[in-house]
Each structure stands twice: as structure tokens, then as C-alpha cells.
Design a binder for this molecule. Structure first.
Ligand code: MV4
Length: 573
């Protein structure tokens, strides 16, 4: 098995292969020569390159390695080539097995219009709408007047929330259509848009399905993925709480119908929006998803092992009636990001120290160990914590207990935000929707105390925080001590300390990246909070703001420059 991926998902697949006696072939970029997935695989081949495009997306290199390694199957993981029909086809054309659905099914689900048509064909409906392409805003107005406002204008060939415009009234229709078409062209190269009813407070519910190559398919219950920000999921759980057995059975049957109608094979996920007791088909993801472990835990099914067996021609070893869901599982994504103030800025770098939780009902699917480096070039998911409990309340307490055991030094992580979410009354009550994290959750408290739980190595002025153990009258205390940088052997003497930059007028970038836009020049007056430049890091654009009000006295970078975390890019006096 060649695993055309990296990080935790490559590790997950390698582990399943080992248990089934399948030899594994890893591929790696220049930065990943010593990565965990490489260390665990039986063989590893260099792709060369650093960026994803140069390495894990280099089709020719991967196809060459399939040949040299004599691999007879390829697992794509998620991301990268996992939903690329051309890649799947070039694998299967070589007589090599692609662990996933047929290229035709990937293609059908790849664009919204055909994915929606595939569902409608088998009687499964999406949000009420009109899938004819819009040519003028009067059509939007007519739809809104007939079905009620607000409505959503969506890019027909888009995805991931980009190009979706909410229209609250007839007056907004013309501008919204124009803007949706402009965004659709910019992102997807095509401007076709359509209109549907806009659900103001939906939950994101998805159904795991799996089909063998002999016409059998089942669903493995529900997941709720409503705790997300900017279409990035933070926390997922199974089953989705508070749905009646009838709704789950109907959604599950619909999900299997959609897959079967597209000759789907292997593992997949059908996404729905759920609001006020009604559900609406959204799309089908033709890959193994990040959050598959929560389903594995409550359904007691090893999804990756099943994927491999099905790819080898096995008949699904159970029927729908055999599937039972027991207890509750919660997955927390641990990303190398700084959630301070809700910004979630990428925080790549070496992981100097890593202790992961364990104990009853706790699983860690990680892609890194202490000493490994999180690169700015790839997904910054360090790993996933998955906790099981006999019921949701127990799973929540166990997740909080486990999160408190983490010790991660070197990169900032999403853990403080995860704790705030899971410990929140709205999350416990299960009243949150897809909008909740961004609209209702107060992440300002992650600004300061984040250091407290993340151990030594965090800078303050010219000092470094060290946690030392002290015994007082036989009782052990962890005490934080601020020691001078020089005494700590700290290496960052030339760079300005990041935590000290608050209000000093020296605008410091928090991470490595490339400058894509500079908004200020020397002499400009700026106010604290104004965006002075835009930095691209880890495939995301990040606004870098002025930390003080005043006059810009120097601009040290230009568009295209690479910067390192800690660099002073602009000074304000
Ligand atoms: C919607 C919607 C409300 N009404 N469609 C965003 C991503 C894209 N795949 C579908 N999305 C949505 N479509 C209608 N008619 C709300 C969302 C949405 C969302 C959906 C799933 C998970 C998170 C979300 C966050 C914001 C908006």
C-alpha cells in the first residue's frame, strides 16, 4: 500500500495496514524526511520539494514511485489527491487499486449542481431552491418573494462556503448577485450561480456510509460538526445529539440512496443541514474524513481496515441491522494555531515537548512526536484527541480531563479554544449551531492565560517563562519563573520578543510566511488595530495589525518577501 499523504492520516492508514499484514510505502517531501509517517512505514521514497504542489501534489513523482515500489494499491487519505478524479483514474488505469470510490463517483460529487442532481434523481432533496443558473437579480427577488427571505446565492461550481452570499431583502439582491458572480469567477473560474432558501441557524449533521463492490451499503450513524469557524471544523461528535430515531433512520436511508445511486464504493460521507426538525442534503464527500474516528468508536468499526478489505474485494461483513451505536464520542482537533482573540493564526515550528493524554476512553491519533516540526507549508493539524463516554455528559468531562493533561511546548495550539467551547453551557446543552463559535463564543480570554497551560518557552519582555517543580513541606507545586533570556540559553536574542510587542509600535509577525499585501507607507497615520499588511502562511491569509496608533516610521518588507516569526515588519511612532 502506498500512502499518498502525510501527517496523522498517513500514520492512521499505516497502522491499519500493519494490523492486516500489508506492507506500507510512505512518500515524503524534503521537509518530511524524518516525519512520523516515514518512521513508521516499511519503505519510504522521496518526492523532493517543500510546498504541497512540489511534493504531495506531484502526480508524476507519485506515479513513478508506485512503479518503483511495486505498490499495488494507493490510499489517498484526505486532502491532497483524495477527491481528484484524474488522479484516481491514472492509478486505476495502471491496474493499481485506488482505495476510494470510482473516479466517476468522485466526478459527480465534485460539483454542486451534479451532486444535487444525483441526490434528486433518487428522491433526496437539498434546501428548497432553484438550480437554474441565475441571469439577473429579478430572479433572486422573485424567489425571495415567493419562498421568503433571506435567500442564499451560491456558486454552482464552488465549494467550502466561498462564493455564498446571503440576501436579506429585495434591495440587496442586485449587489449580492454581482458580488457572488465576481467571487465565483475569482475562486472557481466560472460565474454560474443559483439561489435557494437560506437557513439562518442550521446544524451540520453528516452520515458516514460505506459500500462494498458487490452492491451492499450501510450507514454508520450520524456526526455533528457544528462547532466550526470559517468552515474549519474544531470539534466533532458522534452521534449527533437530540435527533429522533426516525430522523436518523430517514437521513441514513437517504445517505445510502445517494451513494447507491452514484455507484459509490468504499467509505464516504453525506452532509446535511438540519434546522427545526427538518434536514436537507448538502453534498457528499468522497473521501475518508478527518473526523472518522468518532464514528469508529461509537459504531465499533475500524473504518480504515474496512476500506482496505473492501478495496481487496471483500463483501461488507455486516448488514444495516448489525450496526449499533453505543455511547458518545467527541473529537478535538489539535492544530498548531494561536486562537488568541479568535484569530487562529498559524503557529508553525518545532514541537519541543509533547505529552499527550491517555487513560480510559481516550484515543490519540497524532502525526507528530516531540522533536518533529510543524511546517508552514502543510495542514497544521498536530493530531486528534478522541474521547468516549457511555453518554454525552461523561464524554464531555473526559474530554476536558484529557485536554488538561496535554503539554505542548514550541507551538501554540487550539487547545485553549477547544476547552472554552466544550466547557461552555451552550455546548453542554447542545444548543449551538454552525454560527455559534463565530457569533457567540468569547475567545478573548485566550489572549493572556494561554501561556499558563502551555508550559515553558513562552517569552515575556526579555525573559522566558520556565515552569519548575518545587516541593514545600512535602507537597509538590508547579511554579512559573520568569528567567532572563540569556540565562535560559534562549536563541532568539536578535529578534524582538513577541509578547512584548503589545503597544510598542514595533509590528511583529507572529509566524513565518510570505507578504502578499502592504497597506501602509512611511508617513501614514495608523490607528491601533488597522491592518498594515497581509501575510500568507499555511495556505491562509492573515491580517497583521498595527499594535499602536501613530505615524509609520519604517516599512521593512515588500510584497513577495519571506518573513520569519518575530520579524519587525513596520514601526509606528
Ligand atoms: C447553507 C447555509 C444555510 N442555508 N445553505 C457553507 C459551506 C457550504 N458547503 C454550505 N454552507 C452553508 N450552506 C443554505 N441554504 C449555511 C451554510 C453554512 C455552513 C454549513 C455547514 C457547516 C458550516 C457552515 C457554516 C456557515 C454556513
Amino acid at each position: 500500500m502506498l500512502i499518498a499523504n502525510r501527517g496523522e492520516i498517513a500514520v492512521r492508514v499505516i497502522r491499519a495496514c500493519k494490523e492486516l499484514g500489508i506492507k506500507t510505502v510512505a512518500v515524503y517531501s524534503e521537509l518530511d524526511q524524518d516525519a512520523l509517517h516515514v518512521r513508521l512505514a516499511d519503505e519510504a521514497y522521496a518526492l523532493g520539494g517543500e510546498t504541497a504542489a512540489e511534493s504531495y501534489l506531484n502526480t508524476d513523482k507519485i506515479l513513478g514511485i508506485i512503479e518503483t515500489s511495486k505498490a499495488d494499491a494507493v490510499h489517498p487519505g484526505y486532502g491532497f489527491f483524495s477527491e481528484n478524479a484524474d488522479f484516481a483514474r491514472s492509478i486505476t488505469d495502471r491496474g493499481v487499486k485506488f482505495v476510494g470510490p470510482p473516479p466517476e463517483a468522485i466526478e459527480v460529487m465534485g460539483d454542486k449542481i451534479s451532486a444535487r442532481a444525483a441526490a434528486e434523481k433518487v428522491g433526496v432533496s437539498g434546501v428548497p431552491g432553484n438550480t437554474d443558473f441565475l441571469s439577473e437579480s429579478a430572479e433572486v427577488v422573485a424567489f425571495g418573494n415567493e419562498h421568503g427571505w433571506p435567500v442564499a446565492i451560491k456558486a454552482a461550481f464552488g465549494g467550502g462556503g466561498r462564493g455564498m452570499k446571503v440576501v436579506n431583502s429585495a434591495e440587496e439582491a442586485a449587489d449580492a448577485l454581482e458580488s457572488a458572480q465576481r467571487e465565483a469567477t475569482a475562486y472557481f473560474g466560472r460565474d454560474e450561480c443559483y439561489v435557494e432558501r437560506y437557513l439562518t441557524n442550521p446544524r451540520h449533521i453528516e452520515i458516514q456510509v460505506i459500500f462494498d463492490e458487490h452492491g451492499n451499503g450501510v450507514y454508520l450513524g450520524t456526526r455533528d460538526c457544528s462547532a466550526q469557524r470559517r468552515h474549519q471544523k474544531l470539534i466533532e461528535e458522534a452521534p449527533a445529539f437530540g435527533l429522533s430515531d426516525e430522523i436518523v433512520a430517514a437521513m441514513g436511508a437517504d445517505a445510502v440512496k445517494v451513494g447507491a445511486g452514484s455507484n459509490y464504493t468504499n467509505a464516504g460521507t453525506v452532509e446535511f443541514l438540519y434546522q427545526d426538525g427538518e434536514y436537507f442534503y448538502l453534498e457528499m464527500n468522497t473521501r475518508l474524513q478527518v473526523e472518522h474516528p468518532v464514528t469508529e468508536i461509537v459504531a465499533d468499526v475500524d473504518l480504515v481496515a474496512l476500506q482496505l478489505q473492501i478495496a481487496a474485494g471483500a463483501v461488507l461483513p455486516f448488514t444495516q441491522d448489525d450496526v449499533t451505536i453505543s455511547g458518545h464520542a467527541i473529537e478535538v482537533r489539535i492544530n498548531a494555531e494561536d486562537p488568541a482573540g479568535g484569530a487562529f493564526l498559524p503557529s508553525p515550528g518545532p514541537i519541543d515537548h509533547l505529552i499527550v493524554p491517555s487513560g480510559y476512553g481516550v484515543r490519540w491519533d497524532g502525526g507528530y512526536e516531540a522533536g518533529d516540526v510543524v511546517s508552514q507549508f502543510y495542514d497544521n493539524l498536530i493530531g486528534k484527541l478522541i474521547c468516549w463516554g457511555p453518554d454525552r455528559a461523561t464524554a464531555i468531562e473526559r474530554t476536558l480531563r484529557a485536554l488538561a493533561e496535554f503539554e505542548i511546548v514550541g507551538v501554540k495550539t487550539t487547545i485553549p479554544a477547544d476547552v472554552l467551547i466544550i466547557d461552555h453551557d451552550d455546548f453542554r446543552a447542545g444548543t449551538h449551531s454552525t454560527k455559534w463559535v463565530e457569533s457567540s463564543l468569547d475567545l478573548s480570554s485566550t489572549d493572556g492565560p494561554i501561556e499558563a497551560s502551555s508550559g515553558p518557552g513562552i517569552e515575556k519582555e526579555n525573559k522566558i517563562r520556565r515552569v519548575v517543580d518545587v516541593e514545600v513541606d512535602g507537597k509538590l507545586f508547579n511554579v512559573a519563573v520568569w528567567v532572563p533570556e540569556a540565562a535560559s540559553g534562549g536563541a532568539k536574542a536578535k529578534r524582538k520578543s513577541q509578547a512584548a510587542s503589545g503597544g510598542s509600535g514595533d509590528v511583529v509577525v507572529p509566524m513565518q510566511g510570505t507578504v502578499v499585501k502592504v497597506n501602509v507607507e512611511v508617513g501614514d497615520e495608523v490607528s491601533s488595530g488597522d491592518t498594515v499588511l497581509v501575510l500568507e502562511a499555511m495556505k491562509m491569509e492573515n491580517n497583521i495589525s498595527a499594535d499602536a496608533s501613530g505615524k509609520v516610521t519604517s516599512v521593512n518588507v515588500a510584497v513577495g518577501d519571506s518573513v520569519a516569526g518575530g520579524d519587525i515588519v513596520v514601526t509606528i511612532e
